[in-house]
Design a protein around this ligand. Sequence first.
Ligand code: GLA
Length: 819
Amino acid sequence: MGELLRMVEDEDDIDPQQLWSLATNMKSERGGDWHMARVENLTWRLRNMWSKNGQEAKNIGAAQRLLQFLEKSSVPLKKAPEEMRAPEGLQSVGGRQGLKGSQLLEVSEFGTGDFRTPSMDVCFRKDGSRLLPLVYKHHRVIDGILPSTSGLPFLGRHNSQGAQSLVVDMVDTYTEVQVQLVYTVFPSISAVSRRMVVKNSSKVGLGGVDLMKCMSATFDFSTDDWHLLSLHGGWANERHINTRRIQEGMIHLGSNRGVSSHQMNPFCVLSSGPPAEDHGQCFGFCLLYSGNWLMEVEQSQTGCVRVNVGLSNTHFSWALGNQESFETPECVCVFSDAGLGKMTRTFQHLIGERLIAPRWHDLVCPVLINTWEALYFEVYHDKILEFAKPAIEAGVELLVLDDGWFGKRDDDTTSLGDWVEDPRKLPRGLKGLAQDVNAMGLKLGIWVEPEMVNQDSQLYRSHPEWVLHHPGRLRSEGRNQLVLDLTRREVQDYIIDCVSQILSSANIEYIKWDMNRALTDAFSAALPPQQQGEVYHRYVLGLYRIFEVLTSSFPHVLFESCASGGGRFDAALLAWCPQAWCSDNSDAFSRTRIQMGTSMWAPVRCMGAHIAACPSHQTHRTHMLKTRFIVALWGTFGLELDLNKLSREELKEMKELVALRGKLCQVVLHGEYFRLPGFGYPGASHSNSAGIGDSHVYAWMFVTPEKDRAVVSAIVFHRDTVGKFPSRLKLQGLRPDYLYSLIEHVPTTVEEGVFNGIFQPGGPQFKHRRRLMLTGAVLMEVGIPVHFNFDGDAMLLELEVGGPSQEPKESNGVHVLAS
Ligand code: GLA
């Protein structure tokens, strides 16, 4: 206060009374703004002190100037008066060291008192300065979405109905660099999305600004017992759920592989206490981005936790010329007051309704058969038709021709980049194949990997400079391939032309878009030295442009994304590819854990899941067809095996299962989804066994929005101690007052004659054959007993209000439902 007084004493033309009434008006205009309340308080005290000193009221212009200064200060005043009178009305403001570090901030910078990890880091080219203290300037609320010009995906892009956006303008008062915080909300949904737009409008001649770090969102939480859930893994092992208690220090999650990655997924959850499926507060963060990303979770000495979400700053910089802007990807934050389950359903609704293109909203994913694990590179026209025959019998709708159909691709060393049919394999081209496949009653889809090139290809021979690499250095290959430089417009156009030609040349209704290696040597000969830090992000922007052009030119074609399995399973790509291949691992156990993790935020209808051959090509484990079916049902559903190798009985069973999927898929793909917690064997730690931890028993279910139908699944990995039954399975999401009938589909039967006191034909004696009718309340509060016969056994129930759509077949054995 003393300093403030000295400052204004030097001003001989200030009217303190006027100053105070201006501040009072501003405070009431911005009801609830704590900062203006403090400014008003200061000016009131100033007026009193000044009048005691007998000062005369003077000029309103100076009063306004002082007020402006006070208003821009987000920290207590400590500046000398001459700094206030800096040229062009610019002021700089200091603060007590450390004060900022305990505030809850929406955006933070390093170097002016907040010692936590910042939202932004900039470098002014001219003087090398890195400071950017931002203060609030103004804000507005708009109906709809603030338009984006960067080509990045964002919620509400196709469907902004009812959306509202808050745009907060922040400014660095010295340079006048502008930072916009853009928040979007949608009606009746506990979520907010956030992105940031930085504009270099520097007025003090500092010229170009390099953004060294620019996060999408910063969330500061005051103290609590925070826990972190994140998704980790590797190839064929994606998105396993990890949880840990947050303590002092920093946790980095992220990818610097050029793709969102197998290893970590751009998603995490902060929960108050250990995360649970059906209770507790949690905040889920999902970054809509497919390249290098970073999530920082830092607990500071005060116990406050900061979550920073955005682009990775490793090998990142972005050169912002004067008046240029940079927009970050969007981060979606979902709040749940009822555990992970509610958070998941909110994400699934948001992504399903506000991100995926409306033409796919009601999609019932076609049952497909993929050639990869059946034929690998041996995709000859006649062989494909042979492969298709039993598929038609089994009820398949779409045949996907995977790798091997183009160039001279008999293995993975050659031909990527040459997107022309191999005449040895497809003598009548894709067109001829499509004609024959269509004539058999199947649709045709194809595999492509257009971001890549093999050295052994026409494309590489013509355009070696189109590859990401530093010309003076050795470079690394992955799966014998190099990555095309998607920062170049001509490369983007080449890919668009190739894929467009293919899609125009034949009746192809589905594309599996693969990407089988991480980015390295990310140097673009097409960019100047000061922009080399932009390569990773420009790659992703290039990819998004390619998808935007292709999916708008061929809106009827269904795109599935893939990256060595689930290496790029992120929400952003769902904006163009409404399905994504979850993992190259289709083993039922592995997949259960992968799909549990993936389903944390992804809609079930986006999770690519297939029945593969037995034993599994990835784990060599054997599983009953039924178990493989139940796990594949929990996703897009397809087949990835040679049906010609099945016996007549097995093919018949497959046909029945595909038909059963047809009956249940509407509930599964468009119902509400629940992981069922607290289900497991006594003695084991199973408080969250359905979703989290190292459970050996998992269960999940789907309920129609009307709550009149449901599908329930459960699987056991390890049937624990012989003779023990798992705890009763409590269902969720039903209407307590509805009476549901239950039917078990494909019950596991045990051969007669193996009775030994442990295994009993059809299950334990207390089970019975009569139809089971139970209320939603009983099903949810008491639960149902489940009996697993052996490791790898699984269960599939259908519930319907009123009566079962199909009576249990006596010949199938005893139904496992007890009264
Ligand atoms: C990747 C995919 C597989 C298959 C192969 C083909 O690994 O994940 O599904 O398409 O490529 O090369």
